[in-house]
Design a protein around this ligand. Structure first.
Ligand code: MSP
Length: 512
């Protein structure tokens, strides 16, 4: 792997406040960014907001304000939430910013020069009351009537510019099939490929009826519509094409997105980049969707996981516990269901498994060896060897899990090692060994191995539980600053190393 890493989230629509879905993608991207930083790579983590388009115009007019004002209000909420959740993004791009608009204008110019944009007309079902086109499938579902007013939809034709998507389809298929662009999970790659093979049309990219957007440089009566504007953020934020950031960080290592926008990222975006003659993304990873307590999240049912609810969770359980719960909830890529009871269980698991192991280890070291890690004994039992093997394989397994973006595994692997180490303490019974001076060597082995296990477990958890893991490592007498994950995960604590007193990492919570 290279010594640099670029990861993005989707740019979110600021037509409302953020919720669990946005927080999930952003925190998952944060875990990946932290991991790669810990590995010593120069890392760039981008998020932002997608501010143009009909949705914004509509919501703003309902509120009697301008779209820009609506964007400003909600962007402030997104930004302050990311600060509260200690998200480590390096940049926040807004599509209404001058730097983005200048970048997109340049991109459109290049596509025009390539002959990839042409004028035509767009025909479709139009809801006159809502002033918007309705897709064929939505129109059919609503019996060709407006879902809002119930009035019949009308056939409407308007001039629009098209992007020659069809020109690039064979190359896009080839790039996805060969894994030049890794579309993940694999099952979704197959979905994209089969849809591509069914045939694709050129892409309508402008609207003459909309004012809130980036004007087309060749025809300012039109503004860019949705995808060219939005997808370009991933490079305009790097000062495409001449900026140092672009030269350093493009192509992106991972576009992390929700599954509903995979098609645009796996098909439109690579085709756009081909038109610009630029390298393709290395990976597009589409994660699953959240429901809550078995149902689609909805304000009226009362199961909507909004900013207030997330703040309350952080207040009760800690930010790290929220991160752990989100990662643990399902294999990465699958759909997920928020359950309050599982959040409580995930927190207890951290306390009973990881917290408990650290506590037991530090207490035993303090009680039996004055807080110093003893050299292991000469003879080793089957149990010692088995734990030692597990300690030594963690680094490799973790690297594989991160490489494959198996985030659930990234969170669980260290916890599984902690479970094994707790079972090892139960089986070797150090409290009995301590009563018998002839077992001093055996006790030394147990204490040493437990301390090594704690160091590896907490180090492996640094990207997932940044605060708790660091605080646990501090108790073990490990200073993480200036170290890489590789050194933390491969070097044993030396004999004679002094640890601190145990402090509770995951205090018990009174459930009201
Ligand atoms: N603006 C577009 C994306 C443009 S990217 C060039 C957009 N914005 S959005 O505000 O609707 O955000 C969609 C993203 O939010 C999803 O891709 C996903 O990352 C996240 N989620 C929103 N609701 C979600 C769930 N219920 N579950 C999981 N994630 C979801 O689409």
């Amino acid at each position: 792997m290279e010594d640099r890493y670029y990861i993005t989230t989707p740019i979110y629509y600021p037509n409302g406040e953020p919720h669990l879905g946005h927080v999930y993608t952003t925190l998952c991207a944060d875990v990946l960014a932290r991991y790669h930083r810990w590995c010593g790579r120069r890392t760039w983590f981008l998020t932002g907001t997608d501010e143009h388009g009909i949705k914004m115009v509509k919501t703003a007019s309902e509120k009697g304000i301008e779209p820009k004002q609506l964007a400003d209000q909600n962007v402030a909420v997104f930004e302050s939430l990311w600060r509260e959740l200690k998200v480590t993004h390096d940049d926040f791009i807004r599509t209404s910013s001058d730097r983005h608009k200048a970048g997109v204008t340049r991109i459109v110019h290049q596509m025009l020069d390539r002959g990839d944009i042409y004028r035509g007309s767009y025909e479709g079902w139009y809801d006159e009351g809502q002033e918007e086109f309705v897709t064929e499938s939505n129109a059919k579902e609503a019996d060709y009537k407006s879902v809002v007013s119930g009035r019949p939809l009308v056939r409407y034709k308007e001039p629009t510019y098209f992007f020659r998507l069809t020109r690039y389809v064979p190359q896009v298929i080839q790039a996805i099939e060969s894994d030049q662009i890794k579309v993940r999970p694999e099952s979704r790659k197959n979905e994209v490929l089969s849809k591509l093979k069914q045939g694709v049309e050129d892409l309508s990219i402008s609207r003459a009826t909309l004012k809130w957007g980036v004007p087309l440089p060749n025809d300012p009566d039109h503004v860019l519509y949705v995808w060219i504007d939005a997808l370009s953020n991933y490079i305009t934020a790097l000062d495409y094409p001449d900026g140092d950031k672009y030269k350093t960080f493009w192509p992106v290592d991972n576009h992390l997105i929700g599954k509903e926008i995979l098609w645009f990222h796996a098909v439109y975006w690579p085709a756009m980049l081909m038109s610009l003659g630029q390298p393709l993304p290395r990976m597009v990873f589409a994660h699953g969707w959240w429901t809550a307590e078995g149902k689609k999240m909805s304000k009226s049912i009362g199961n909507f996981i909004d900013v207030q609810k997330l703040r309350a969770v952080v207040g009760t359980y800690s930010l790290d516990a929220l991160r752990y719960y989100l990662l643990r909830a399902a294999p990465f890529g699958s759909d997920l269901d928020w359950k309050d009871a599982e959040l409580t269980n995930a927190y207890s698991e951290l306390g009973n498994v990881v917290g408990n192991l650290l506590n037991r280890t530090l207490n035993m070291l303090s009680k039996y060896r004055e807080g110093r890690i003893p050299a292991p004994g000469q003879a080793t039992s089957e149990a010692d060897q088995s734990l030692r093997r597990q300690i030594d394989t963690l680094a490799g397994e973790l690297a594989c899990a991160y490489e494959g973006v198996e985030l659930q595994k990234c969170a669980l692997l260290p916890v599984e090692l902690a479970r094994s180490a707790n079972a090892y303490i139960d089986a070797t019974r150090p409290f009995s060994l301590a009563k018998n001076p002839s077992e001093a060597e055996a006790l030394n082995t147990v204490l040493n191995l437990c301390a090594q296990a704690c160091k590896r477990i907490l180090s492996a958890l640094l990207p997932v539980l940044p605060e708790k893991a660091e605080s646990g490592l501090r108790q073990l007498g490990v200073v993480v600053q200036g170290q890489t994950l590789q050194s933390l995960l491969s070097e044993d604590l030396p004999s004679g190393h002094l640890v601190s007193r145990a402090e509770v990492l995951f205090p018990r919570i009174e459930v009201k």
